[in-house]
Design a protein around this ligand. Structure first.
Ligand SMILES: Cc1cc2nc3c(=O)[nH]c(=O)nc-3n(C[C@H](O)[C@H](O)[C@H](O)COP(=O)(O)O)c2cc1C
Length: 253
């Protein structure tokens, strides 16, 4: 079987899961790409597709949705496994992603959530150890999900029928949080005393939201920034953060 794994990872957790999946399919031909890398837009040579996203405010990452939106409609239906990595609650992330994929003939037949280090929670509540680790037994869960997906694909007859991830009650509970996050976004601060002007935050920003100011320090364009926090977690000198004080701990992969 020829399998394509496509993912977006702002900080690193979704990439970890995607790579572990790729390793799992040793007896198959597997391509594993971040959507930030070039990949062939015609997916018709693949027998199965896996798509992964972090949960950002109870939705898939914006960049992934944009990339899928720009994909051509595939000439044949491809059975697809959608997964997310989440800090707490994924709500309708997989459902939204599956609907978007469906419009491109990429048919979701399997879904999974994986609890991962919380790229927002780790910055806001660093005392919660729980926000710095993957769920227990994730390796086994990934293996189980990959086996189940492969078995499902192998059993499919001519017609690939979509299995949309169901409505989740957690999305109702999360509605006030989601509504509020549309209005309140934390500004990303630059600690000039720690910044070495290395430019890593600029080159790695997935949304091209960081440029240098006249003095060479990073300057964040709020209208382009989605607060994915890659810049904060990937800064080698912890020169970016949410608070006046520097973060003592950030996520490292
Ligand atoms: C802006 C932002 C919003 C987030 N919103 C949610 C959320 O609504 N629910 C949740 O469970 N996790 C949420 N998270 C946590 C991430 O989904 C989680 O840490 C994910 O594993 C990050 O994946 P990545 O490391 O591949 O970027 C959010 C993280 C960020 C940065």
């Amino acid at each position: 079987m020829k399998i394509l794994i496509l993912y977006f990872s702002a900080v690193g957790a979704t990439k970890e899961v995607a790579k572990r999946m790729a390793k799992y399919f040793t007896n198959h031909e597997v391509d594993c790409y971040s959507i930030e890398e070039p990949f062939c837009q015609d997916l018709s040579s693949y027998d199965a597709l896996i798509v992964g996203t972090p949960v950002h405010h109870a939705e898939p990452a914006k960049l992934l949705m944009k990339v899928i939106d720009e994909l051509p409609v595939q000439t044949r239906k491809i059975p697809t496994f959608v997964f997310n990595t989440k800090g707490l609650a994924a709500c309708h992330t997989n459902r939204i992603l599956a609907k978007q994929l469906l419009s491109k003939n990429l048919i979701t037949v399997y879904e999974a959530d994986y609890v991962a280090p919380a790229s927002d929670g780790a910055l806001i509540l660093p005392q919660m150890k729980r926000f710095f680790r993957f769920e227990k037994g994730i390796e086994a869960k990934i293996a189980q999900d990959c086996t189940a997906f492969l078995a499902l694909v192998a059993s499919l007859k001519e017609e690939v029928v979509v299995k949309l991830p169901p409505f989740r009650f957690s999305s109702v509970m999360n509605a006030p949080n989601k509504f509020g996050s549309g209005f309140v976004t934390l500004n990303i601060r630059v600690h000039r005393d720690a910044c070495t002007k290395c430019g890593l935050c600029i080159s790695r920003c997935p949304y091209d939201a960081i440029h240098s100011d006249e003095a060479g320090y990073p300057m964040i364009t709020k209208s382009s920034c989605t607060n994915c926090y890659r810049c904060i977690h990937h800064c080698p000198t912890r020169a970016l953060g949410l608070w006046k004080k520097k973060h003592l701990k950030v996520l490292a992969y």
